[in-house]
Design a protein around this ligand. Sequence first.
Ligand SMILES: Cc1ncc(C[n+]2csc(CCOP(=O)(O)OP(=O)(O)O)c2C)c(N)n1
Ligand SMILES: [Mg+2]
Length: 415
Amino acid sequence: MKKELTRQQHLDLYYYMRLNRAVEDMMVKLFRQNKIVGGLYSSLGQEAISVGTAYALEKKDWLAPMIRNIGALLVKGVPPRDIFMQHMAKYDSPTKGKDGTSHFGDLDDLHIVSPISMLGDLIPVMTGVAMAGRYLGQKIVAMTWIGDGGSSTGVFHEGLNFAAVQKASFVLILENNLWAYSTPVRKQVPLENLADRAKSYGIDSYIVDGNDVVAVYSTAKEAVERARAGEGPILIEAKSFRRMGHAQHDPAEYVPKEMRAYWEARDPIALYEKFLSSEKLLDARSKKEIEEKIDTLLAKEREFAENSPMPPAELAETGVYCTGDDCHKIRAKWERPVAEVTPPRSSVEAVWTVPGFGSGKGSGGANAPIHFGDTRPADAKPAEAGKRAVKAPAKTAAKKTVKAAQPGASRKARR
Ligand SMILES: Cc1ncc(C[n+]2csc(CCOP(=O)(O)OP(=O)(O)O)c2C)c(N)n1
Ligand SMILES: [Mg+2]
């Protein structure tokens, strides 16, 4: 079922991998100039995974990226300026400067669900997207990514099990880059292949060389089409290596030198260039054209981003709480009047106060945090109240113990 790629498709994969790397290189420069306000994560050496998997999706399909999937955003059609502005918290960014990293999506046009920082939580969310597509008869596939570390969260297991039971048209890409922060994969999971986890949910899985973009693409394409055909979710483990630290602040000195050298020699872009030249799909001229196209685009995008203003202070509290009216088409079911739960009146006294709750006295006479209705009357002497409170429960407990012990004890004796 593997699909042959046309020359243009081969060159598309090359273009997006180069663009992915160039966008991130430019953000490192912006970071060093103190223009990036949030954390900056790198997908250096993992570009083939983001690009090859997202390229296997159709326009109508949905994806939810994680921090190392800028390549997937670019393939889906996010302009680099949005990625720059988002990281610079500029007013023209998708979140209007409310976030300094990658927490943005596009539900209307590009079908991108914003990343959720809590690792694994996108699995049930994207399962839900796939199920919604099924209810609407859209034949869509939903895709998200998870790291080797993230695959040990509870929600990974709960989510994948749920997706399997629901036969959701969902493809999960497990990026095994051998490290989760400073923890090597060997210390996290006692498995050779993380793809084996799929067996627990009765779903199929693939293992692919994450540094070989054509292999990643054709595996993802097969998985996406199988999921679309109703075969249920599929897990793909893409094996690769995290070439930089967890984020810019981390020099990753804990990574053995030999390990780094091994993977640097397997750079996915260099490997692909070699392949393209040997297949006569890329010559010096077309390579130069692609490089110039990227340089021109990014110079323009960067200029736009740098010229975008920071958000005005007076808008700091807008767009933070969903009101259901101007933010979102899915309407929240408000249990209380909207005006009451949105700023600046969100501190009004709660209306569900239970009489007596939180205002009782403990048996010793002091204020108790919770009132269960059995404290002494306000006029009783503290000593009497103390006696009542201690005696009564002790008696009841003793009786119960004797009763429960008798039948068991006599049975034992009879044997
Ligand atoms: C549930 C949860 N636990 C912990 C974290 C903090 N955290 C963020 S990234 C990360 C490491 C993730 O490693 P991995 O899943 O292998 O992804 P990688 O960084 O290698 O791409 C951790 C522990 C989190 N965001 N969510
Ligand atoms: Mg990892």
